[in-house]
Every structure is written in structure tokens, then in C-alpha cells.
Write a protein that binds this ligand. Structure first.
Ligand code: SPV
Ligand code: MG
Length: 299
């Protein structure tokens, strides 16, 4: 069982800022782990994309959970699951928290938008917020449903995404903290980190702040750290890099007469054998054979 919630808690106690990278399946999650990140972000944008579906509350909770659960099975670093709006009202959130916690996920993030939500960075997307009271009700349900104190309920504030300004974001973040949220994810679609920094500088709460610097990529990890951000999530770049590599390769291959004409950068099969622990099977076979010999089934 992945002990993610406890690991994430101790990482937060030991480090001033954690670096988290997005993944969309067990293989990409394993690569995040092998590259030395603190945790994995199971993002709704990337997971929806791997189903060739919009990031618009189309996949069900069970489908998202199945991906996150494959990640916790394959990895030992924490998995932070993007659970959109919590898949419904407080009762759905309660059920969701139980299922994700028992799957070994370390933290779930729920955002204060109405269901069905649309991706926060979508140009002219529908970013209507849920009332503060209705979102607080979901947080209460989430808090009541969790078992391990270290399992994190992340309240994602979308006020800046909705264009409502830093004051509304702070008001909501304070209400969510009071309702029992374990961390605040403050999201922004601004090209600079200014509004995020303003939020952080005015925030006097004692729970961690999380940021996703997709739209303001020039910000450095040191600047985020200086503004009290405790977790930086590089949410969708792994997906976009994988998409481009595959697209370019397939475009070449479709026109080529032989594989030798392809100039794609390709990993060796050996690397994949290592990632999928193919050699463990060989070890298991040797061990079974030894035991069969001992039991007199073979010579
Ligand atoms: C995701 O990665 O699914 C996120 C971050 O929620 S964003 O795409 O910026 O909304
Ligand atoms: Mg998402």
C-alpha cells in the first residue's frame, strides 16, 4: 500500500517547497518518481486528454480513480489527485474521499466551480463559481469522510480564474481553511505571477499554499518559495511533451518506407523492460523452479 499521505506530510515538515509533476498513467507517474520529484499530480486535463475527451467533467469518478490507483500501485511517492468539483454534492465528495483514501492517494483537490466544470485555462471557458456556502459544505463532507489525519483535502480557489480578484480569493481561502481544508490551491491564468504573489503576501493562514505555474512559466521555484508557496505543481507539461513526441514520430513513420528512415528519439526496449520490472519475472521464475525442485516436482 502506498503510504503517500504520511510521506507527503513529512515532506511538508522537512522541505520549504515541494516540486510536483503531472502524470496521466502509471508509466508517466513512474517517470515522475524516477526523475526525483516529491509527488505526482494526477491532473484532470491530462487524464481526460489520454481518453481523447474534454477536461469538462466528462469522465466519471471511477475512471479518474482507476488512473490514480494505477499510479499508487506503481509508485511509492505521494499521488495528489485532481478531483475537479468533487463529482457532485457533499455526499458524492464524501464517497470520493473514502475511495481515494483507501486507494492510497495522498491528497485530493476539489475546486469551487459549478459542475460540470471546464478547464481553468480554456479561453472563454465557463468558470462560474459555486457559492462559498455550498463549497464549504463539500469541504465539511470531505473532512468528515477521511480517516488518516495526514490525508489532505486541498481546497482549490478559482476566484482569480473567474476574474473576481484577490479579495474574493482571500475571503474564500479563509472560509475554506475554517471549514477544515488542509491546503489551499490558488490558481491563476495570468501571464505573470503578480496576483498569486499578492494573494500569498496577504494570506495569513497557517495551511500550505499550492500553485500551478502553467500560465506564468517564467516564475522560478525560488520566487515561489519566497512567497510562501509550499507546493509547486508542473501540471500538464509531461502530457504535452509526450503528445508532441508521438505526433512527430507518427507523422514521419506514416511517410517512411522503413523504420530505419525515422529520426525520432526513441527509448530502448531495455529501458522499458526496466521500468515495467520485466526482470523481476525472471527472478520469480527462478525462485518457483527452486521451490518446485525442493518439493520433488522437477529434478
Ligand atoms: C489539471 O492539470 O487538470 C489542472 C490544472 O486542473 S489546469 O489545467 O491549469 O486547470
Ligand atoms: Mg484539472
Amino acid at each position: 500500500m502506498n503510504d503517500g499521505a504520511n510521506i507527503l506530510n513529512s515532506q511538508l515538515n522537512q522541505k520549504s517547497i515541494l516540486k510536483v509533476a503531472g502524470a496521466f498513467d502509471a508509466m508517466s507517474a513512474k517517470l515522475v518518481e524516477l526523475s526525483g520529484f516529491d509527488a505526482i499530480w494526477a491532473g484532470s486535463f491530462a487524464i481526460s486528454a489520454t481518453h481523447a475527451l474534454p477536461d469538462a467533467s466528462i469522465l466519471t469518478m471511477t475512471e479518474f480513480l482507476s488512473v490514480a490507483s494505477n499510479m499508487t500501485d506503481a509508485c511509492s511517492i505521494p499521488v495528489i489527485a485532481d478531483c475537479d468539483t468533487g463529482f457532485g454534492g457533499p455526499s458524492n465528495v464524501s464517497h470520493m474521499v473514502k475511495k481515494y483514501e483507501s486507494a492510497g492517494v495522498a491528497a485530493v483537490s476539489i475546486e469551487d466551480k459549478i459542475f460540470p466544470k471546464q478547464n481553468s485555462l480554456l479561453e472563454n471557458g465557463n468558470q462560474q463559481l459555486l457559492s462559498e456556502k455550498d463549497f464549504v459544505a463539500k469541504l465539511i463532507a470531505a473532512k468528515n469522510a477521511k480517516v488518516n489525519e495526514n490525508f489532505m483535502i486541498i481546497a482549490r480557489v478559482e476566484a482569480l480564474i473567474a476574474g473576481l480578484g484577490v479579495d474574493e480569493a482571500l475571503k474564500r481561502a479563509n472560509a475554506y481553511k475554517k471549514a477544515g481544508a488542509d491546503a489551499i490551491l490558488i490558481h491563476s491564468k495570468s501571464k505573470t505571477p503578480d496576483e498569486i504573489f499578492e494573494f500569498c503576501d496577504l494570506w495569513d493562514g497557517d495551511i500550505p499554499i499550492i500553485a500551478i505555474p502553467t500560465s506564468y512559466p517564467n516564475v522560478t521555484i525560488d520566487e515561489l518559495e519566497k512567497h510562501k508557496i509550499r507546493i509547486a505543481i508542473y501540471a500538464n507539461q509531461s502530457l504535452r511533451v509526450a503528445h508532441l513526441a508521438m505526433k512527430e514520430h507518427l507523422e514521419q513513420l506514416s511517410k517512411a518506407k522503413s523504420l530505419s528512415q525515422i529520426k525520432s528519439n526513441m527509448t530502448t526496449m531495455e529501458e522499458i523492460f526496466k521500468l515495467q520490472e520485466m526482470y523481476e519475472i525472471k527472478k520469480q521464475e527462478t525462485d518457483i523452479e527452486k521451490n518446485l525442485k525442493k518439493l520433488g516436482y522437477i529434478n
